[in-house]
Design a protein around this ligand. Structure first.
Ligand code: PAF
Length: 289
């Protein structure tokens, strides 16, 4: 696996692969890779012949008080993991390569509605930063397909919308969240947790599962159900940011008649913000009677 740092080298390597008749896949990441990322690369290798991964901690998607500076940078370990996962090429640009004229005048891509609410409330501008950098990466690589994790559910919805709305001929694949044995969704930010917080963190997924079970059993008083579940999280020591049931495709607040649902949570544990979600399709749910 080669690592390239400039758009010029990236385009040259991708053009060579295309010249050999290969189909191209892209897995955009911010590095500090774990088995969840490896699963994204592995999925891409099943679908295409040449997989490009990118590692770029994108300043445009971080708010002023967020963890841009302390976000873990682990390039050597990441390269090893990518080789093992079957990646063909790593693109690891600098901020100056991605934003040569700085960020202030950078053209932005914004996806209204889907970017609002949920994580968009506490992270204003975040999804615009994501949509912008992902659009840039798509234009640089021009992949046939790109793979993203379902853990960032709202992000995946935003990316699907931008590809559709801007007529980009790229297939977007959402890969299921990879979890630790105790249920905690893998995330680079889990590394910020103390031992005690790490022991507490799986509660988020347990609560999502409990909410899903109650909905499966027919409960439809969502506000009351979610309020109770939030209290469980708060009593355990989290500061809940949101816990919501939304329509799985549109992300609008779910009504009692909706069948395709997603339950989404964001909560802070100390200074670490954790997110997770659970998709619940009542028409294909074994628990539902
Ligand atoms: O999910 C991430 O790691 C980032 O938001 C992404 C998609 C690589 C854009 O910077």
């Amino acid at each position: 696996m080669n690592t390239v740092k400039t758009v010029r080298e990236l385009r040259a390597a991708v053009a060579r692969a295309r010249g050999e008749g290969k189909r191209i896949g892209l897995v955009p990441t911010m590095g500090n890779l774990h088995s969840g990322h490896a699963a994204l690369v592995a999925k891409a290798t099943q679908r295409v012949d040449f997989v490009v991964a990118s590692i770029f901690v994108n300043p445009l998607q971080f708010g002023p008080s967020e963890d841009l500076d302390k976000y873990p940078r682990t390039l050597a370990a990441d390269q090893e993991r990518l080789v093992q996962a079957g990646c063909s090429l790593l693109f690891a640009p600098s901020a100056a390569e991605m934003y040569p004229d700085g960020m202030a005048g950078q053209t932005r891509v914004s996806v209204p509605q889907l970017s609002e609410g949920l994580c968009g409330t506490s992270r204003p501008g975040h999804f615009e930063g994501v949509a912008t950098v992902v659009s840039k990466l798509f234009n640089m690589v021009q992949p046939d397909l790109a793979v993203f994790g379902q853990k960032d559910y709202q992000q995946l919805a935003v990316i699907r919308a931008l590809v559709r709305d801007l007529n980009m001929p790229i297939q977007i694949i959402g890969e299921p969240t990879v979890r630790a044995e105790d249920g905690l969704a893998l995330s680079s930010r889990n590394g910020y947790l103390s031992q005690e917080q790490r022991a507490l963190a799986p509660l988020l997924y347990q609560v999502l599962s409990q909410v899903a079970a109650q909905v499966s059993q027919g409960r439809r008083d969502y506000p009351a159900l979610l309020e109770q579940a939030k209290q469980v999280i708060a009593q355990a020591g989290f500061v809940p940011e949101y816990l919501e049931i939304r329509h799985a495709l549109t992300l609008r607040p779910a009504t009692a008649d909706d069948r395709d649902l997603v339950i989404l949570v964001a909560a802070n544990l100390g200074t670490t913000r954790l997110i997770d979600n659970l998709h619940l399709d009542l028409d294909h749910d074994p628990q539902h009677s």
